[in-house]
Design a protein around this ligand. Structure first.
Ligand code: SIN
Ligand code: FE
Length: 304
């Protein structure tokens, strides 16, 4: 594929280029569901999020409040992480809200089976330059990983994410995309520490987690940490380097797609949660794959 520098043939097909040029009106499309639920990244090179001329001043890291890395618009419409006067905050809310609406449109039309089941999470605007971030290995998204939440157990709920590169200077956002989920899981599952219900209860009592960490959540965190902490794996795993162009968008299930961000600045991101029983193929989910590998249910209530 012309867009990617591929190391390891198995990942070549992890990126699927899409023709769409509009956020609305995409036809119902079984190919979308099949690709997304197989953990691939749908890449829309010609689908730009339009920053209006009066919004150009918002494309600046100076609008972040001092201790924030991102600006986010929560599900109730409140904006967090911004500094500036009321007019600036309102303009940010308008721009990020428009991206939220367009992301929802992009997903709704081609994937009608998900309609009514997607749960809105905050929309984020990330104006920081990726290369300038200094972080612990566990928080370092420049290492290949699958997304997992340490404090918010989700019992297998899917994390569907829509991204748009709004860089005004034409700078790509460069990702690495790794191997299919099952390949990654088969490699690391044998190294996992055992799940302890007692420990999960203690973490909840200490408010480290907001609810009881299930065995599924335990395994996903183990996978996230095992991938990020293994520097040899980071180098040798099958992977493709993918520059997502300025003025493009991309979509993936980030709890399933092995990914890392290497460089870039100015991105919008929308997260939508989806219970795994509402997938076109629930057997493709990380919950189903990890349950098969473990040979037992990993959450107290199995999705019906
Ligand atoms: C991530 O989800 O790992 C970060 C993606 C990005 O910032 O491009
Ligand atoms: Fe991530």
């Amino acid at each position: 594929m012309a867009c990617c520098f591929v190391r390891g043939l198995s990942v070549e097909s992890q990126i699927v280029e899409m023709e769409a040029v509009h956020w609305h009106g995409v036809q119902a499309n079984a190919a979308w569901a099949a690709a997304l639920e197989a953990g691939k990244v749908l890449y829309f090179p010609h689908l730009g999020f339009q920053v209006l001329p009066q919004e150009a001043r918002l494309i600046d890291p100076g609008i972040l409040s001092p201790n924030s890395r991102n600006i986010s618009l929560d599900a109730n419409g409140a904006l967090h992480g911004a500094s500036g006067d009321l007019a600036t905050v309102q303009a940010l809310g308008t721009m990020i809200g428009r991206f939220r609406a367009q992301s929802q449109e992009l997903i709704a039309a081609p994937l009608p089976h998900y309609n009514g089941h997607l749960r809105l999470a905050p929309t984020s605007y990330r104006p920081m330059r990726v290369e300038s971030r200094r972080q612990s290995w566990r928080a370092d998204d420049r290492r290949l990983h699958v997304d997992a939440f340490p404090s918010r157990p989700n019992d297998g709920e899917r994390i569907l994410r829509v991204f748009a590169n709004v860089n005004p200077a034409g700078v790509a956002r460069v990702w690495r995309v790794g191997e299919p989920f099952e390949t990654v899981a088969r490699r690391f599952v044998p190294r996992f520490t055992r799940y302890s219900k007692w420990q999960a209860g203690a973490l909840r009592a200490l408010h480290v987690t907001k609810s009881l960490r299930s065995e599924y959540d335990h395994m996903m965190l183990q996978l996230h940490d095992a991938m990020k902490s293994d520097l040899d794996y980071q180098k040798s795993a099958g992977q493709a380097t993918v520059p997502f162009a300025a003025g493009s968008a991309w979509v993936c299930f980030s709890d399933q797609t092995s990914h890392a961000v290497m460089s870039g600045q100015y991105m919008l991101e929308q997260t939508l949660f989806l219970a795994p029983q509402h997938l076109y193929d629930p057997q493709s989910s990380p919950l189903a794959i990890l349950s098969r590998l473990a040979g037992r249910p990993l959450v107290a209530r199995q999705p019906g």
